[in-house]
Ligand binder design. Structure first.
Ligand SMILES: [Zn+2]
Length: 429
């Protein structure tokens, strides 16, 4: 069993949004709030490197379909039907689920229209959040209202970036987010690269998720999906490719050489029958890999614990039973994920001087008993029921399991009403 993690019996002192000290028997500052961490583990906040919070109202409503039909028959019509207040309700639901599940940082693929509402929800609820409008200007089965003029789409992204990149004391960042090769012209992809590089935004897209998609990209471009993206400049430490299930050897080397980030989304890959990304092979080549739940309709939850348990077990098929051990999984859910998001300088570890993003996990849930190696406990026995407190940027956003930054009951109520409205318009019975 790997024992490379460090853990100790200690207090954590937070001051001005940063971790001021991690040591035993710290004396609290006068008047400061003390969070109860008895019988608990204090960990860096979890990082998810690929989600779609705007899809939250379609949760449980896109079942039993492979990727390209899932997109064309359910997800794109749903996204096309959303009104601004529904984008807000979906985003608040998704972000509330992320925070109460211990996720403090996320990279999100946003919506084609009304992306301001996604950022507003992230600003309000207190998550560290990177997102960007989802670009599409071509593709089979894409509703007309989601197909945008290339230049106009990029111009809107630039305006959104100027409003939101660095907002909320730096918690919010913009990412250029062309959806995937099959829904983006080469001009749009190249324009997204230029936009991202000129402003220092992340580049975020999907690649090589499903075999049919990967074959269609090869027919269209004569290249493997990740290789084609790299040809256009969608590669490097500022790039996150979601999925990377179907890669050839050259593409694995390319990801490693360019230090491109990969979002491993085992829950969604299993749900849509897309395949199993060969994470042991990626890690052996030094590829940067983080975890993501992807969208609620393709998972159907945004729980990092679900992804961790899958990442820690799935790869035993075809590899040795310790192929991706508990510590490696926990790292992917924390500092490795932060690295993928370009946050690795001060997010993802409990180090004095770093951002105060942390989660307090109760050891009371029965699956956390008895105490043992903390990575093994968390990855294989942990669940959202363990999440006691969550701190982002020094602010307590979840206390005793309850969201502090918004009324969770109102979020639930509004999400139910919005989901009913949008699914009625779609004619989903
Ligand atoms: Zn996705």
């Amino acid at each position: 069993m790997a024992t490379r993690g460090t853990w100790l019996l200690a207090d954590v002192l937070i001051r001005d949004g940063q971790l001021a000290a991690v040591a035993p028997n710290l004396r609290p500052d006068p008047g400061c709030e003390v969070l109860d961490a008895h019988d608990a583990l204090v960990l860096p906040g979890f990082v998810q490197v690929h989600v779609h919070v705007v899809q939250s109202l379609a949760r449980h409503r896109a079942e039993g379909l492979p990727l390209l039909r899932w997109l064309a028959e359910r997800i794109w019509p749903y996204e096309a039907a959303l009104r601004p207040e529904e984008v807000a309700a979906a985003s608040r639901l998704g972000i509330a689920e992320l925070l109460t599940g211990g996720t403090t940082s996320a990279l999100d693929m946003g919506t084609t229209h009304d992306q301001d509402a996604v950022f507003s929800a992230a600003a309000e609820l207190g998550i560290r959040f990177t997102s960007g409008k989802c670009h599409m200007d071509t593709g089979q089965g894409v509703p007309a209202s989601l197909l945008e003029d290339c230049d106009a789409s990029l111009a809107e992204a630039e305006a959104l970036g100027s409003r939101w990149h660095g907002a909320a004391s730096g918690r919010l960042r913009y990412a250029a987010a062309p959806r995937f090769v099959l829904s983006c012209s080469a001009d749009l992809l190249a324009g997204a690269v230029a936009l991202a590089r000129s402003h220092g935004y992340l580049l975020h897209t999907h690649s090589s998720e499903n075999l049919k998609e990967t074959q269609a990209v090869r027919e269209l471009t004569g290249r493997g999906n990740a290789a084609f993206l790299a040809d256009l400049g969608i590669a490097g430490p500022d790039t996150v490719l979601a999925h990377c299930v179907h890669l050839d050897d050259g593409e694995v080397r390319l990801l490693s050489e360019k230090q491109t980030g990969v979002a491993h989304c085992p829950g969604a890959n299993l749900k849509l029958g897309s395949g199993i990304a060969d994470v042991p092979r990626l890690l052996a080549h030094g590829v940067r890999v983080g975890l993501g739940a992807d969208g609620p309709p393709g998972n159907n939850r945004l729980s990092i614990f679900h992804e961790m348990a899958l990442a820690g077990t799935l790869h035993n098929l075809g590899h040795e039973p310790d192929a991706v051990d508990g510590w490696t999984v926990l790292e992917m859910a924390t500092w490795r994920g932060a690295q993928v998001l370009g946050l690795g300088e001060d997010v993802g570890r409990l180090v004095p001087g770093w951002k105060a993003d942390l989660v307090v996990l109760s050891c009371d849930p029965l699956a956390m008993v008895p105490a043992a190696d903390p990575a093994v406990m968390v990855v294989y026995g942990g669940g959202v029921e363990s999440v006691r407190h969550v701190v982002v940027d020094g602010s307590v956003v979840v206390r005793d399991g309850e969201l502090t930054t918004a009324d969770a009951a109102a979020i639930r109520r509004e999400a139910r009403a919005a989901a009913q409205a949008v699914t009625q318009r779609l004619g989903w019975s």
